[in-house]
Each structure stands twice: as structure tokens, then as C-alpha cells.
Write a protein that binds this ligand. Structure first.
Ligand code: NAD
Ligand code: COI
Length: 334
């Protein structure tokens, strides 16, 4: 049995070696390149592929894999919004993901973004860089004075709620499905409108689907409190960049913490030397603001997460190849 992996980084290689030692019956080969029509034939001879990328999985790449006799795909991450499920169905692929590699990694990142915005850390850092060790005007706000609206109470949202409550914030939540523990605490509001009207800080922890793309648009922002903070560690396409910029310009939005961005692949994953060189004017506009913190989709990026992503994705791919159904299965025609 052979598994071929795409997009392998240096920091993943020791985990792959560990997995190989525990699974000597499996031949493993990999490339640092992502899966594209140009790289799809690299997997020739394998029975399954393990992959991770934020760019779309193109139909042509999947067709080439299928023509090579490969029908098992395991992603090393949570979100599978970059697959077209019609393609998976047509080419009869099985797909697995890693649903819980470390919700803490992403939840911590979101909670830290909130804290950095509340304590105006980008401004404090700029003052420090200029040798200015005075206090004004960077007076901050405390978590315990905030009502934080958590949208999505799945694995990540629930850990974020615990952390926020630990800091003393009042939490309210919205989800299309109610989690029992969150329900028991009485945190749910019935509608997004209610959450928008009550929250001082809003943090997104929902998957991107065809129903919720650009859910944070001008209309949604109008319903929010003046001076709201928006946090997005889920998917960039949940927030309209234009609406966000309009809200920041008017002061309706006091600040934003963004680990994901609409059109993030225009800038993330590359070294630009300076934000002055960013080629995407909208993202550059956001990046230049002291009340906007952008991180390059690295909320997930911890040592714990990386090992789990490798172990679970390779285990799942092996299961798929052996005809077993892993509990990480996302899609199978049968
Ligand atoms: P999850 O499936 O455990 O939870 C998602 C929750 O969202 C579920 O409770 C679901 O009922 C709810 N939901 C779905 N659609 C909704 C909608 N339209 N409105 C309200 N609630 C809705 O997923 P998770 O592990 O918590 O991850 C959430 C998302 O975070 C992922 O889908 C992924 O896009 C993103 N993510 C980002 C990073 C990162 O590094 N920034 C890492 C991992 C995951
Ligand atoms: C996910 O796991 O869904 C992420 O967003 C992490 C990223 C490496 C794709």
C-alpha cells in the first residue's frame, strides 16, 4: 500500500517519520507542492493521498487522480469548503478530514486576538518601536466588561467560550444546532439579530457553506452595536471585506482580528518584505490599520495540532484504502 502526501512542510516531516515507523507496511512519499493539475500525476502508484491546502481542489486535479486509480483523499485539516462535492461524487472519491486536531489552538488564537484588540496592543507596540514609553492614548478595555457573541458552538466555539468565561467575559452564543452543555448554561440567543444587537465582540466559529457566505455584510453590521469588535478565525468568505472596511471607516466597527480573509490566497503564504508591497489593495487597506490585526491563517499552527493532523489523516487514509470507514469520513458515495 502506498500513500502520497501533498503540501508537506519541514515542520511536518518528523511526524511523518514517526507515523511511518508505526506503520512499516505502508510506503509513504510526499512533495512540498500542493495538489494541482500539474502535480496530480506525482501520486501515480499510490492508493490514497493526504493533502492540505487553502486553494480550491480543482476538478482537473481530481480527474487526473481518478485516472491514476486513486479514490481515497484525506485532508490534514478541518474545513473542506475548498472541495466541489459534485466532483467527488462524479469521480467516486472517499474523503476524510481531521475534525478535532486541536480546537484549543484556534480558540486560543481567537481569544488572544480579542485581548490584543481590547488592550490596543498594535498601538502600544508602535509606540514602543518609536521609543515612546508613555500611557496615553492606549487606554484599554477589560474582558469582564464585554459581552462576547460566539457564532458556532462546535469544537472550537465551545473551547473559546470556556476561555472567554475564564477571563470573566459574559458570553452569548448562536448556532443552528444547540449543544447540550451550552444550552444548560443558557447562553443561546434565538437569532443572529439578537446576538448582533447585544454583543460588544463577535467571534466566528462556523464552517463556510453555500448558505452563509458573506453572512457578515453591510446589513448584518448595521444591526451590531456601535464600536463592535469582529473576530474571524473560521473562513475569510464569511465576512465581506468591503462591508468591513466601510464599518471600520465609520467607526461602527472598533477593530477586527482576522486570521482568515476573503481572497487570502492573494497574500498569505508569501514573503512581501513590507505590507506596502501587498498586491491586493483591499487587504493592504485592512493591514495598514492599527485597529486591525491580521494573522496568516496560522491559528491552527501549534506543535500539538501538527502531530494530530499527520497522525489522524494518515490513519484515516490507510483505513479508507483498506475499505474501512473511519469516524473522520466526510464523504462517500456509498
Ligand atoms: P464544528 O463542526 O465542530 O462546529 C461548527 C459549528 O457551526 C457546529 O456546531 C454547527 O452546527 C455550526 N454551524 C454550521 N453552520 C452554521 C450557521 N450557518 N450558523 C450558525 N452555526 C452554524 O467545527 P469547528 O471544529 O468548531 O471549526 C469551525 C470552523 O473553523 C471550520 O469549519 C473551519 O472553517 C475553521 N477552522 C479554522 C482554522 C484556522 O486555522 N483558522 C482551523 C480549523 C478550523
Ligand atoms: C482548517 O483546519 O480547516 C484550517 O483552517 C487550517 C488550515 C491549515 C487549512
Amino acid at each position: 500500500m502506498k500513500i502520497f502526501a501533498y503540501g508537506i512542510r519541514e515542520d511536518e516531516k518528523s511526524s511523518i517519520e514517526n507515523w511511518k515507523s508505526a506503520n512499516p507496511d505502508v510506503e509513504v512519499d510526499y512533495t512540498d507542492q500542493t495538489l494541482t493539475p500539474e502535480t496530480a500525476t506525482l501520486a501515480k502508484g499510490a492508493s490514497g493521498i493526504v493533502t492540505l491546502q487553502t486553494t480550491p481542489y480543482e476538478r482537473e486535479s481530481l480527474k487526473i487522480l481518478k485516472d491514476e486509480g486513486i479514490s481515497n483523499i484525506s485532508i490534514r485539516n478541518v474545513g473542506y469548503d475548498n472541495f466541489n462535492f459534485d466532483d467527488l461524487k462524479e469521480f467516486n472519491f472517499k474523503l476524510s478530514n481531521v475534525p478535532v486536531y486541536s480546537p484549543n489552538a484556534i480558540a486560543e488564537h481567537a481569544v488572544l486576538l480579542i485581548g490584543r484588540l481590547l488592550r490596543r496592543i498594535p498601538e502600544v507596540d508602535t509606540k514602543f518601536d518609536n521609543g515612546d514609553f508613555t500611557w496615553a492614548p492606549t487606554i484599554g478595555k477589560e474582558y469582564r466588561e464585554q459581552t462576547v457573541g460566539v457564532i458556532g458552538t462546535g469544537h472550537i466555539g465551545r473551547v473559546a467560550i470556556q476561555m472567554l468565561q475564564g477571563f470573566g467575559a459574559k458570553v452569548i452564543a448562536y448556532d443552528v444546532y444547540h449543544n447540550e452543555a451550552i444550552e444548560k448554561q443558557g447562553l443561546y440567543v434565538d437569532t443572529l439579530e439578537e446576538l448582533y444587537q447585544q454583543a460588544d465582540v463577535i467571534t466566528l466559529h462556523v464552517p463556510l457553506t453555500s448558505d452563509n457566505a458573506y453572512m457578515i455584510d453591510e446589513k448584518a453590521i448595521e444591526q451590531m452595536k456601535d464600536g463592535v469588535y469582529l473576530i474571524n478565525c473560521a473562513r475569510g468568505e464569511l465576512i465581506s471585506n468591503d462591508a468591513l472596511i466601510k464599518g471600520l471607516d465609520s467607526g461602527k466597527i472598533a477593530g477586527a482580528g482576522l486570521d482568515v480573509l476573503d481572497h487570502e490566497n492573494n497574500v498569505f503564504g508569501k514573503k512581501w518584505g513590507s505590507i506596502n508591497n501587498l498586491p491586493d489593495p483591499t487587504i493592504k487597506n485592512l493591514a495598514e490599520r492599527q485597529n486591525v490585526i491580521i494573522t496568516p491563517h496560522n491559528a491552527f499552527y501549534t506543535e500539538t495540532a501538527i502531530w494530530n493532523m499527520i497522525e489522524v489523516s494518515f490513519d484515516s487514509n490507510k483505513d479508507l484504502i483498506e475499505g474501512k470507514i473511519p469516524d473522520t469520513l466526510v464523504y462517500s458515495k456509498k
